[in-house]
Design a protein around this ligand. Structure first.
Ligand code: ADP
Length: 160
């Protein structure tokens, strides 16, 4: 069975990778779907996010990476994927994700959203907090893989 794990991944964190590893162990094929929404202001462009995730997930033979600039339900239909995976860090994530899953079910009743709860060591990790820490020159090495830490450093060096 195929599944998709969509998100901004701006940038990918150890929390995202935890979900990718576990989902790749459950489903036959996993597509990590990088969102490209013109209304959002990303730090890393879609190509940069895709390249980072490809590098990080290449050790899993059944994980591929794609970009989506349409509604996720349209992407899933086109790719014939019925399972959408979302990670949950706590009750706040849950209420947001629950509403999103209801919306997606309204748009396409064939989609099943599967929630995976984070492993405890990652539950405080979010891309936005990590960007904030990195923007002030803080150490994010326990929160993201080394290649992402390097990319953040470079990004904020050139932004200054
Ligand atoms: P989005 O902008 O779509 O929320 P994110 O990149 O922030 O994209 O998150 C993608 C998915 O990964 C979401 O389901 C989110 O809840 C989940 N996620 C983010 N951080 C973690 C984490 N530390 N542990 C588990 N899941 C996470």
């Amino acid at each position: 069975m195929k599944a998709a794990f969509p998100g901004s991944f701006d940038p990918p964190t150890l929390g995202h990778l935890n979900i990718i590893r576990r989902a790749a162990g459950i489903f036959n094929e996993l597509t990590v779907v990088v969102a490209e929404n013109r209304q959002k202001n990303y730090l890393f462009n879609a190509d940069e996010r895709v390249t980072m995730i490809r590098q990080l997930a290449k050790k899993y033979g059944n994980v591929s990476v794609a970009v989506c600039n349409s509604l996720i339900v349209d992407f899933l239909r086109k790719e014939r994927i019925k399972v959408l995976i979302r990670g949950i860090r706590g009750t706040e994530d849950f209420s947001y994700e629950f509403e999103l899953s209801m919306m997606n079910k309204t748009l396409d009743s064939g989609i099943e959203t599967v929630f995976m709860t984070t492993d405890p060591e990652y539950f405080t990790l979010s891309s936005s907090i990590i960007k904030e820490i990195a923007s002030f020159g803080g150490n994010v090495s326990g929160m993201v893989p080394p290649l992402v830490a390097r990319a953040l450093k470079k990004k904020y060096m050139t932004k200054k």
